[in-house]
Structures are given as C-alpha cells and as structure tokens.
Design a protein around this ligand. Structure first.
Ligand SMILES: [Zn+2]
Length: 248
C-alpha cells in the first residue's frame, strides 16, 4: 500500500527501479505492461532507470510490438536522464486524480489503458504539440485537414470520431451523446445503467481512443483510409474478445 503512495523524483536514475517505481507520471511501468512486461520487452525486472540508459539516451532492446514502439517513443519524447543530477528522491504522491479510475481498473486492456492515459494528459505527439516543440510540420489534422490536429479534435470533435462514438453508444443501446471535453467523457463512463455498466463504458472508451490513434497513425504513415464503420467493427470485436476472456 505504501508503495502506491510514493513517487520518485528522478535524479541520476541510479536508485529508481525502471519497472516498479513511479518515476514518471505514467506511474510504475509494470502497471502498464502487466507482470510479464520485463520478459516481453526484454528488459530485466532488476534494472534501474540509469541501467536502461547510456549517457543521457535510452538504451533498450529494439521494439517488436506496437506497445513496445509506443513505450519507446514515449520514453524518447518525454524523459531524459541527466547522469550529473543528484540522487533520486522518493516523495509522497499527490492525491489520486479523479480520472485515474477511467484509466486503471481491473479488466482494462493494458495497451488501451496506456494510450488512454497519455491521450487524457494530452501527451501524444499530435501535430499541434509537435509544432509547439518547434518541429517543422503542418498543424492541420492529418485526416481531415480542416482543423488543427489537437487531442480534443482527433478523439472527440472530429466528425469521424463522433460517428465512431455514436455507433459504439448505439451498440450499447444508449442515447448517443457527443463529448466535447474529456471531463464530459469521464462523467459519461460513471453513469450507472443496467444496459452498460461503468466497466463496459470504460472498456469502450479506451478501445475507441486506442483505435482512433492507431487509425490516425495508419493514415499518416500508409495513406490508407478507413470508414467509421470499419473502425467501429474492429472496436466491437476487440471489446467482445476482452469480455469473453474475462467472463469469470
Ligand atoms: Zn481532422
């Protein structure tokens, strides 16, 4: 219990456990990947954060899955170790955020939870953020070009995303609601109903966000277009499989 209340302020990374300490705002990475993370990612469970770096760059095995690639790009973008910084310090974590229940719940699919978390924090490399970091790139949405590519646009307001949300809600036999902000989405997941209890809504939310991001990357990198129906079907199949796997 105490462990879950402690965060690590990263210094030179020599004390901080790569897998088990909350040294970044994602919390302990083991929570994202599940207990088999160290084996799957080929990164020893004993490693410190400093062990996973060489100088101030990450030194990790080449990624072999989408989840590994996401983790790598996340690590590359947001963290750098400074070997000359002082020792790592452990502190009490601030209060558990209200939205954490949308991300971490028993039965969540780790790769979906991971993207949901990063998206909720607006930390995915959307074009508006790349531009803000000084990277020369168009800021227009890479799917519709009609608006700036931001998190809210991609996941909530873009007509394609709205259609996916609306079809998923119809599938749950709920009145389709449009979400214009993350808090409104969060509020929706908490509504109690026999047709679609919060756990189903949360699984659906995470699957939609994950697939919209995957789709956006596919369009960007492979210039392949999808219909909202195809996206929706993939999401429904995935949620079905998740429920089947966890029926007990
Ligand atoms: Zn767009």
């Amino acid at each position: 219990m105490a462990h879950s209340l402690i965060k690590c302020d990263l210094g030179n990374g020599e004390r901080a456990s790569f897998w088990y300490d909350a040294w970044c705002h994602l919390g302990p990475l083991i929570n994202l990947t599940g207990n088999d993370g160290p084996v799957r990612f080929g990164i020893s469970s004993q490693l410190s954060v400093a062990d996973a770096c060489e100088g101030n760059i990450w030194h990790l095995p080449s990624p072999r899955s989408d989840q590994e690639r996401e983790l790598h790009s996340f690590l590359d973008m947001f963290f750098s170790i400074r070997p000359d910084a002082g020792i790592d310090c452990y502190k009490e974590r601030s209060n558990i955020k209200e939205w954490s229940s949308l991300i971490w719940f028993k039965g969540a699919t780790p790769k979906h939870a991971f993207i949901m978390w990063v998206a909720y924090l607006h930390r995915l490399p959307t074009r508006d953020r790349l531009h803000a970091w000084g990277i020369s790139t168009p800021t227009s949405c890479c799917i519709c070009s009609a608006s700036e590519e931001s998190h809210v646009h991609l996941f909530l307001r873009y007509p394609f995303s709205k259609q996916v949300w609306s079809r998923v809600q119809s599938h749950l036999r709920l009145r389709p609601l449009a979400f214009h902000t993350w808090p409104s989405l969060l509020a929706w997941t908490k509504i109690k109903s026999d047709l679609a209890p919060p756990i189903i809504r949360k699984l659906a939310c995470q699957a939609v966000v994950y697939h919209l991001w995957k789709l956006r990357n596919t369009i960007l990198h492979n210039q392949v277009l999808f219909s909202p129906t195809a996206a929706y079907q993939e999401i429904v199949t995935e949620i079905r499989n998740t429920i089947d796997a966890r029926k007990s």
